[in-house]
Ligand binder design. Structure first.
Ligand code: 6PG
Length: 239
């Protein structure tokens, strides 16, 4: 697991975008299309804006979501909406390449439908997991990643692709990809900025492996090609 830190959040975001673009470029050098699963929240907006400026063949890049809030795509809380504004529209990614989670549906239905979409796209049979070329994840101050929060049994679900979850402390239903998908990713990229995230970053790296307590450790410790992009504030407790 590698980490890099940069003086500002803007620089960390740009470096992260360059890294993702290079990994997608590698994936596109083969015959097939490339796949990218993205997270939401506020941190990645600048990174997506930088990624949208890269000269990738977006007609061959497919966008999926790591997680989504149970809200319509027009909601300011929608992860789809944030990515639409910062990446999909500016980069003119074709509609057919956009595989959003239907947050407007009942969460269980949205999760089932998302699993079916993924199975169809990747040509999976029951029990198989997708291998995304790149999965981008964030980290919450409490150590959550995707919508896997500390203590949630889903942090130990290594069977399914995605599930609905109720996040008690936010009073919010969400839909999230699950650990087996994170483990199967060809590349994982974390973007974490801000001093308030420093204790969570330190815990993921330095506390004993316990992803139920520190969901951010999911895959960070065992996955392939995991790279963290931090600003100096988020990395301040790493030494
Ligand atoms: C979401 C995200 C989530 C995010 C973390 C960090 O829907 O909220 O996908 O997992 O990555 O909450 O969010 P920030 O980077 O905005 O703090």
């Amino acid at each position: 697991m590698h980490w890099h830190s940069y003086p500002t959040a803007q620089e960390a975001s740009e470096a992260c975008a360059t890294h993702i673009a290079m990994r997608l470029e590698d994936a596109l050098s083969g015959e097939g299309d490339a796949t990218l699963a993205v997270s939401g929240g506020e941190t990645p907006r600048r990174m997506f804006e930088a990624l949208a400026r890269s000269q990738l063949d977006w007609s061959r890049v497919h966008i999926f979501w790591v997680d989504e809030r149970a809200v319509p795509p027009t909601s300011p809380l929608s992860n789809y909406r944030m990515v639409e504004e910062s990446l999909i529209r500016p980069a003119r990614i074709p509609r057919r390449n956009v595989h959003r989670i239907a947050g407007e549906l009942h969460p269980e239905t949205a999760a089932q439908r998302y699993v079916q979409d993924i199975q169809e796209f990747f040509g999976l049979t029951e029990g198989e997991v997708p291998h995304f070329d790149v999965i981008h994840r964030g980290l919450g101050v409490d150590g959550h990643t995707a919508s896997l929060f500390p203590g949630d049994p889903l942090t130990e679900d290594h069977e399914r692709i995605a599930a609905a979850v109720y996040v008690e402390k936010l009073g919010q239903h969400r839909i999230t990809l699950l650990p087996s998908v994170f483990l199967a990713a060809r590349h994982t990229v974390f973007l974490v900025t801000g001093a308030e995230k420093a204790p969570a970053v330190r815990a993921v790296f330095h506390e004993p492996y316990n992803p139920k307590l520190y969901p951010g450790q999911t895959v960070s410790h065992h996955g392939r090609n995991v790279v963290w992009f931090l600003d100096d504030a988020a990395a301040s407790l790493m030494d």
